[in-house]
Design a protein around this ligand. Structure first.
Ligand SMILES: [Zn+2]
Length: 86
């Protein structure tokens, strides 16, 4: 009896799988265009990062975008070396 139930279950699952494969796929709604997502270039390593994910550093009165804190620190160091001593 249990064997019969298992076979019925397997048949049912098989039927569902076949039906799912045969059924036409519903149209996938197009993902909303992410036009607002700006990318910025890391001036240190040249990597493009999404503005939302970028690390913003206000250096030398300007906003700079970096992929990581490491790059921000590097940029800051470079800035320190290039600025003439007062
Ligand atoms: Zn970087």
């Amino acid at each position: 009896m249990i064997r019969l139930l298992i076979w019925l279950l397997i048949a049912y699952i098989g039927y569902r799988v076949v039906k799912a494969l045969m059924a036409p796929k519903p149209p996938v709604p197009a993902a909303p265009a992410r036009n607002s997502e700006e990318t910025v270039q890391d001036p240190v390593c040249g990597t493009y990062v999404a503005k939302a994910d970028a690390i913003v550093g206000r250096l030398d009165g300007e906003r700079h975008y970096f992929c990581s804190m490491t790059c921000l620190e590097k940029f800051r160091e470079q800035l320190d070396h290039t600025t003439p001593p007062h």
